[in-house]
Design a protein around this ligand. Structure first.
Ligand code: AMP
Ligand code: ZN
Length: 468
């Protein structure tokens, strides 16, 4: 399996540190708002990478943090007159809902920066002891020039470097010994959340958070560290400097970075204000469509968000789901159980689609080509099945389709049956709507249930329901 390593600027063969295992860390969002679809790109991309490793039989330890202490969170908390903790808890919960809708497998661990401060303080102490960091008036800085490999990830020359745009500005910034030095610990300002440390009551810098959380949950050396390409410099470069100086071993073997999701050919970001939240998209589309859209391009190519591409993705996904539905329908009505000799031979031809799919994924996770292989299988299934097909044959085609789409995190086996409690919840909501004279909503719920085959009957005793 080959993947592109930002460190070497080449596609490299993947060799795990420990046989059969993959340890990966993906930088997660700063939680001060609903996530936007740009944030969703690394989530979907690296979840798919994980799923492919799992398909290949690897045991994947997948860690992705939430940055829950940050200037932007504090600002939002002040605007609303609530605590930072309330803001971050709220948006972590909302983010998890979105991730669920996008069918992101839950991480092995989602560490929170605020729960790992002790470990960060220990790491900073180690860096000071080893001569890689120094304190000035309560602020601790990393001595960038002391780390001889600085710049190896972003391929930047130390002397050409300027501090990155995301470097933390703190009071006393001018006390740095070198403009390239960055903050490991900073003293609190009035009204900010803070923790006691040997240097000051304060909080950690952003970069040290990931170095510590990765070490704690995955160990000093990991296989893959990933995130969006804006994180290469300074965030990941600084993480390397911290982790390798503190631990004395290579931090991550492979560094993977997704390209940006753009809108009108400009980067989508919270600061530019041109973003669309995942939640907004979910009002218009099933989030499976968003997932399909993201995977329809290679993760290292910029992707431009547009209504047309979303419609094309919706249609593409529908084609696959329809094929799966068709196989299920035929199977329900199939006359024969066992595969005929001829069917065995026909089914053997699907091997080529599996090979194409795997070849695409093993070439640096080319999901666009992998989707093309799924479409070939869909076409094949549509034209090589009919009312005379056996149950076993249809079942095998269906299973194969589910197996491949599952690697992409696309759900084609829709469980249509609603659970009783889901139905009852909707009925309750409908009653409440009627009480509030919101008849439009009440009718909408009735129609929604009808579409799922649930028939309501209003009686004097209350609402009765049955499945059609
Ligand atoms: P942030 O909350 O800004 O720290 O971002 C969380 C993750 O989303 C990081 O991996 C970013 O690189 C990534 N990200 C942010 N905006 C975009 C975008 N427009 N396209 C792709 N990835 C993005
Ligand atoms: Zn990070």
């Amino acid at each position: 399996m080959k993947l592109y390593n930002t460190l070497s600027k080449q596609k490299e063969e993947f060799v795990p540190l420990e046989e059969g295992k993959v340890k990966m860390y993906v930088c997660g969002p700063t939680v001060y708002n609903f996530i936007h679809i740009g944030n969703a790109r690394p989530m979907i991309v690296f979840d798919t990478v994980r799923r492919y490793f799992e398909y290949k039989g690897y045991d994947v330890n997948y860690v992705s943090n939430f940055t829950d202490v940050d200037d932007k969170i504090i600002k939002k908390a002040n605007e609303e007159g609530v605590t930072s903790n309330e803001i971050s808890k709220r948006y972590i919960a909302e983010c998890k809902k979105d991730m669920d809708g996008m069918n992101i497998e839950p991480a092995t661990k989602n560490p929170l920066a605020t729960e790992e401060i002790g470990g960060m303080i220990d790491m900073i102490k180690t860096l000071i002891d080893k001569g890689y960091a120094y304190e000035k008036n309560g602020t601790v800085y990393y001595s960038t020039r002391k780390f001889k490999d600085y710049g190896k990830l972003s391929h930047k020359n130390l002397d050409d470097l300027r501090s990155g745009e995301r470097s933390l500005l703190v009071s006393g910034e001018d006390e740095k010994e070198d403009p390239l030095d960055f903050v490991l610990w900073k003293p609190k300002k009035e009204g900010e959340p803070s923790w006691a440390s040997p240097w000051s009551d304060g909080r950690p810098g952003w970069h040290i958070e990931c170095s510590e959380m990765s070490k704690k949950y995955l160990g000093e050396q990991i296989d893959i560290h990933a995130g969006g390409e804006d994180l290469v410099f300074p965030h990941h470069e600084n993480e390397i400097a911290q982790s390798e100086a503190a631990n004395g071993v290579e931090f991550a073997k492979y560094w993977m970075h997704n390209a940006f999701l753009n809108i009108d050919n400009r980067k989508m970001s919270k600061s530019l204000g041109n973003f669309r939240t995942v939640r907004e998209i979910s009002e218009q589309y099933d989030l499976q469509v968003l997932r399909f859209f993201m995977l329809s391009a290679h993760y290292r190519s910029p992707l431009n968000f547009s209504a047309d591409l979303m419609e094309a993705s919706k249609n593409g996904l529908e084609r696959i789901v329809n094929a799966a539905d068709n196989l299920k329908f035929l199977s329900k009505n199939a006359a024969n159980e066992k595969m005929t000799e001829e069917e065995v031979n026909i089914f053997a031809q699907t091997d080529v689609f599996v090979k194409d799919f795997e070849r695409a994924m093993e070439d640096d996770f080319n999901t666009a080509d992998a989707i093309a292989a799924v479409f070939d299988l869909v076409k094949f299934a549509n034209s090589n099945t009919g009312s005379e097909s056996s149950k076993e044959y249809l079942g095998k085609l269906f299973e194969l389709l589910v197996k491949l789409t599952d690697v992409l995190g696309l759900i084609v086996d829709k469980k249509e049956d609603m659970l009783d409690e889901e139905i009852e919840k909707l009925i309750e909501e409908r009653q409440a709507a009627r009480k509030a004279k919101d008849f439009a909503r009440a009718d909408e719920i009735r129609d929604e249930l009808l579409e799922k085959g649930i028939i309501l009957k209003d009686t004097r005793e209350g609402v009765q329901w049955k499945r059609a």
